[in-house]
Design a protein around this ligand. Structure first.
Ligand SMILES: C[S@@+](CC[C@H](N)C(=O)[O-])C[C@H]1O[C@@H](n2cnc3c(N)ncnc32)[C@H](O)[C@@H]1O
Length: 204
């Protein structure tokens, strides 16, 4: 099923344009996976869990995720068809869906983990997206927001790139609590330093 909002979001075309070269010009995929392997224990991923990956791009980490949780399933969503085309071409045991996570009713299903990797700052309506993500967490499920850089360098980087992502910001530690309260989430862990941003939140 396709859930792409009619809302014009310039980021959709922006990421579509980047898609063919993303694995070469974006963050280095091998370096990303090496760091994720080191963080695996902190992400609470284990066999049998179902995972929703939000903003999966070309699926750089989707196969790794699937390996962590098999026989649990991974559903990976993005709203840029070009990104998804690259992701599907990998032939992974992952279900890729074209979804705008800021659109009402966007997310279907229930998941033990919702992982927003290198994506959250680009969600044009963070409150709407968080409500969607909260709505598909199982009882005891966790939302993970992960970046391999802290909010300060990341926000400076987006401002420097300019264009559609110039004002895309990862909230700082103090901003998360009120943002998560509205959809009924609370922080269980938050680390924001130069080389890592990791947020874990649960319902309630
Ligand atoms: C910086 S890229 C990161 C992609 C991937 N996570 C990676 O690490 O390679 C951010 C991704 O978020 C997606 N995205 C942005 N806003 C979105 C939205 N509202 N709904 C779904 N995906 C969105 C973009 O299309 C893009 O693929």
């Amino acid at each position: 099923m396709i859930h792409v909002s009619a809302t014009a979001d310039p980021r959709q075309a922006y990421f579509d344009r980047l898609a063919p070269d993303w694995d070469r010009t974006g963050p280095n995929p091998q370096a990303t996976l090496a760091r994720l392997r080191g963080l695996a224990g902190r992400l609470g991923l284990r066999a049998g869990l179902d995972v929703l990956e939000v903003g999966c791009g070309t699926g750089q980490i989707s196969g790794w995720l699937a390996g962590q949780v098999a026989p649990g399933r991974v559903v990976a969503v993005d709203f840029a068809p070009g990104m998804l085309a690259q992701a599907r071409a990998r032939g992974l045991d992952v279900e890729f869906r074209c979804v705008d996570v800021c659109a009402p009713g966007a997310l279907e299903g229930r998941f033990d983990r919702v992982l927003c990797f290198h994506c959250f700052p680009h969600l044009r309506d963070p409150a709407a997206a968080l409500a969607q993500m909260r709505g598909c967490l199982t009882e005891g499920g966790e939302l993970l927001v992960l970046h391999l850089a802290g909010s300060a360098p990341l926000n400076a980087f987006h401002a420097q790139i300019g264009g559609a992502v110039a004002s895309d910001r990862l909230p700082s530690a103090a901003e998360w609590e009120p943002l998560l309260r509205a959809p009924g989430l609370r922080v269980v862990e938050l680390e924001d330093r130069e080389e890592l941003f990791l947020l874990r939140a649960v319902g309630g």
